[in-house]
Design a protein around this ligand. Structure first.
Ligand code: NAD
Ligand code: DAU
Length: 348
């Protein structure tokens, strides 16, 4: 199967992963229209895509439109699908941070579940050619020291965030089974790279280490994540968009299992900072011990393979943040500082 989709709605396009996705796709494809629907929450930054907006200001054709709005807004979503004759919906929009979901789960239920439902309903009425749901390995829960998540692993989410993502996946599955909607679900492991909001492990530790502040490691720091460069994830989503089988689920991973302590010490070493900055703090409640992905289905059906080594990607990511301190200054607003103070203040 090979689809040639030209008119796409990307939701959450001003966030970390989708802004990388839009930039990388529009760099290579001049036949595309991407409509980006983003609410601009604390995690959404229009400046991630400013090079596209600057080109538009110079009257250059970019194939890009930005609409500020909520995926829960059914009237707006239906209007966008009709007005732009959208062929495919790629749903990246979400509340994405596990710690915030523990602190206050309500926005996760609204955006991740109700928002996905709104998009599915609008897509069903519009007779869309593809609904692609960007999901996560966290829906599978946690692994012991051995084994890998496959697409057949039962869903067993442990945080309000992962429960909301699993709920959305089930809705997508139901729309495929009930209405025959051509859907694809992608489930990826932990991303890192440019434009990641500094509440997530890697950018948080980089920015704290710069200032010689303590680096808060939850519990014993032996929790394992499989790290993938964001552009490898984006490539996977593109392959799934072009070739994914209707009804299929695809796992993506980076083949780079690391403990939190391994990641944090690697950052300190690259920055030339002492390991004594590490502080073990109270563990995250319900903290999943290990994630690891079997992505052989995506390798077989989509020819997906991660291409960047973690060590090289981490160094490049540190360099990106060093060159983009102004970006950091602008995204770290008052609500960010308020959440960080409340969350970490209680975990000393
Ligand atoms: P992010 O938090 O950086 O960005 C989320 C974006 O969604 C922001 O631009 C935000 O403004 C927008 N948004 C939030 N609520 C919205 C709403 N109601 N309507 C419209 N827009 C809204 O997230 P991310 O890390 O880029 O993750 C993107 C997607 O990928 C999410 O669905 C997430 O679950 C999934 N995912 C993330 C990772 C990871 O490691 N970050 C891994 C696997 C899957
Ligand atoms: O696996 C995919 C998921 O990866 C995505 O679905 C989520 O959207 C994304 O946020 C990410 O979730 P994690 O919880 O794995 O990522 P986070 O960066 O928050 O944490 C990574 C690991 O580091 C985890 O074991 C918790 C630990 N950690 C994190 C923070 C923020 C710490 O020890 N200290 C910290 O301060």
């Amino acid at each position: 199967m090979h689809r040639r989709l030209n008119r796409i709605l990307v939701t959450g396009g001003c966030g970390f992963i989708a802004s990388n996705f839009i930039l990388s796709l529009l760099e290579r494809r001049s036949d595309l229209l991407i409509v980006n629907l983003d609410k601009l929450t604390y995690a959404g930054n229009r400046m991630n895509l400013q090079e596209l907006e600057q080109k538009q200001d110079r009257k250059q054709n970019t194939g890009y439109r930005f609409i500020q709005g909520d995926i829960i807004d059914q009237i707006l979503v239906e209007q966008l699908l009709a007005e732009h004759r959208i062929q495919a919906v790629l749903n990246f929009a979400a509340e994405s941070h596990v710690d915030r979901s523990i602190h206050d789960s309500a926005p996760f239920i609204a955006t991740n579940i109700q928002g996905t439902h709104t998009l599915l309903e609008a897509a069903r009425k519009a007779g869309i050619e593809l609904f692609l749901q960007v999901s996560t390995d966290e829906v599978y829960g946690t692994l012991g020291p051995e084994g890998l998540f496959t697409e057949e692993t039962p869903l067993a989410p442990n945080s309000p965030y992962s429960a909301s993502k699993a709920s959305a996946d089930l809705l997508v599955r139901a729309y495929h089974e009930t209405y025959g909607m051509p859907t694809v679900i992608t489930r990826c492991s932990n991303n890192y790279g440019p434009f990641q909001f500094p509440e997530k492990l890697i950018p948080l530790m980089i920015t704290l280490a710069w200032e010689d502040k303590p680096l808060p490691v939850y519990g014993d720091g032996a929790n394992v994540r499989d790290w993938i460069h964001v552009l490898d994830h984006c490539r996977g989503v593109e392959l799934a968009m072009d070739q994914g089988r209707p009804g299929a689920i695809y796992n993506f991973g980076g083949d780079a299992e690391r403990t939190t302590l391994q990641v944090v010490t690697a950052i300190l070493d690259l920055l030339g900072k002492p390991h004594s900055l590490i502080r073990h703090v109270q563990d995250r409640p319900g903290h999943d011990r290990r994630y690891a992905m079997d992505f052989s289905l995506a390798a077989r059906e989509l020819k997906f393979a991660p291409t960047r080594s973690f060590e090289k990607g981490l160094l490049e990511t540190i360099q990106w943040y060093e060159h983009n301190r102004e970006w950091l200054r602008r995204v770290e607003d008052g609500s960010y500082r308020e959440f960080m103070n409340t969350w970490y203040g209680g975990r000393q």
